[in-house]
Design a binder for this molecule. Structure first.
Ligand code: URA
Length: 446
């Protein structure tokens, strides 16, 4: 087999055999196919796509390219969630404690932020003392003892994806459906959970800008997961504005705690309502999946949702979050009193320059504002400021007056405030006509 012939085959829109896909992934992982040939092949995939069979084989080949996490020492059905990436997405801090408080184990590996999207691991480091790099033994023990542990991606999990993703990032081949699906699912399959719930973001802050392509991505990933024997759900959620009100590392932990402290789930601000809705939907499907996988017991969505809601209103999920943080060295006092989380030096109100309805948001631009403030990473080596970010007070569909606070900017460096303010306001469009916000949950694929 020669890589030249395989590039030509994909360029001519022909279908690869399983052996050909394995050859490409194995040889590239070992460094035996140069980047320029792999780039040409990736670009051919970008333009010509892949069949279902090819995408499945690509996923399995990447999952097999390194270690698979052995979760067999964890008792019970293991659940996992994955988001395709957005702005202000702190659902893991709500969903994971809900599930763990219900006795369902979650052993999760998460990433750091890069570019306009934040990373769960960075956000957790806002909790003083929290260790995201505990040993595999402690990781497994914590899941067995308290049902939850969360660590940074370690070891040799899907190394083929790591190499390919780095190449896609610099060759304009990220936003290809089979490449995204295989990249995400190879890591999920290697990470070992029995039940996988995928939060497929759709809109201006997501890879998938329109609902049709988000649906196709969700369906493809669900087929791969179910085909591999994992109960998989794909939930398409709106990312046409940040999720919730707060964007930034400590600010997002703060907002998750605000949700976990709720006693009444009805009477909440619009931003929190959307965050709560996504979190409860994901948690409910994880619970339904866990029951189905464990005992073929069918729990309706309404039943599962009620159980998840009670985990919040009873305070059990918040207690679980505090217990989990303490088990990884974190200061659990910060979770009962989030005022203790890192705070920025300057909290500056921002006002809209024009009165009217908030009509649209360039969501990734809001993520960029957080980056400018120092809350995100431009390169892998950047050191981030955990305290900074944005607290958005107005959402799509809201009426805004020029003397009402549109948002607060939390900054440590006075010099960047003006630019952050300008870019934040520039990300929003204000209109004379009332605009209805998009539905937050758009579709569920199972
Ligand atoms: N997230 C991933 O892990 N891979 C992709 O290709 C896109 C989003």
């Amino acid at each position: 087999m020669r890589m030249y012939d395989l590039i030509m085959k994909k360029r001519n829109n022909a279908e690869h055999s399983k052996e050909e896909i394995r050859y490409i992934i194995d040889k590239f992982t070992k460094g035996e196919i140069p980047d320029y040939q792999m780039s040409a092949w990736l670009m051919s995939v970008y333009f010509n796509g892949m069949t279902k069979e090819e995408t499945l084989e690509l996923t399995n080949a990447m999952a097999d390219s390194g270690d698979r996490l052995d979760l067999s020492k964890i008792n019970g059905v293991k659940v996992d969630k994955h988001s395709t990436g957005g702005v202000g997405d702190k659902t893991t801090f709500i969903v994971a404690p809900i599930l763990a408080s219900l006795g369902i184990p979650m052993a999760k590996m998460s990433g750091r932020g890069l570019g306009h999207t934040g990373g769960t691991i960075d956000k957790l480091e806002a909790i003083e003392g929290f260790n995201v790099a505990i040993s595999e033994e402690d990781f497994i023990n914590n899941v067995n003892n308290i049902k939850l542990s969360l660590v940074g991606q370690t070891g040799n999990l899907a190394p083929a994806d790591k190499k390919i993703y780095a190449l896609r990032d610099v060759t304009a081949t990220v936003d290809s459906l089979p490449l995204i699906a295989s990249s995400i699912m190879s890591k999920k399959l290697a990470a070992g959970a029995d039940v996988i719930v995928l939060d497929v973001k759709c809109g201006s802050g997501a890879f998938m800008k329109d609902e049709a392509s988000a649906k196709e991505l969700a369906k493809t990933m669900v087929e791969i997961g179910n085909g591999a024997g994992r109960k998989t759900y794909g939930i398409i959620t709106d990312m046409n504005e940040p999720l919730g009100c707060k964007v930034g590392n400590a600010l997002e932990v703060y907002e998750a705690v605000e949700v976990l402290k709720l006693k009444n789930l009805e009477d909440v601000d619009f931003g929190i309502k959307r965050l709560l809705e996504v979190s409860l939907t994901l948690a409910s499907y994880m619970l339904m999946g866990a029951k189905k996988y464990a005992s073929d017991e069918t729990l309706s969505y309404e039943e599962a949702r009620k159980i998840c809601e009670e985990a919040i209103t009873s305070g059990k999920a918040l207690d679980k979050f505090a217990e989990f943080a303490a088990a990884q060295g974190g200061d659990s006092k910060m979770l009962y009193n989030p005022e203790l989380l890192p705070k920025a030096k300057y909290i500056v109100p921002v006002y809209a320059s024009k009165e009217g309805y908030v009509a649209s948001c360039k969501t990734s631009e809001v993520g960029m504002v957080s980056l400018i403030l120092g809350g995100g990473r431009e390169t892998k080596e950047s050191i981030i400021d955990l305290a900074v970010g944005i607290d958005i007070r107005k959402h799509i569909g809201d009426y805004v007056k020029t003397d009402e606070v549109f948002a607060y900017i939390h900054a440590d460096d006075e010099a960047v405030i003006k630019e952050a303010e300008k870019r934040l306001l520039g990300a929003y469009e204000i209109s004379d006509e009332k605009i209805e916000p998009e539905k937050i949950i758009k579709y569920v694929s199972e």
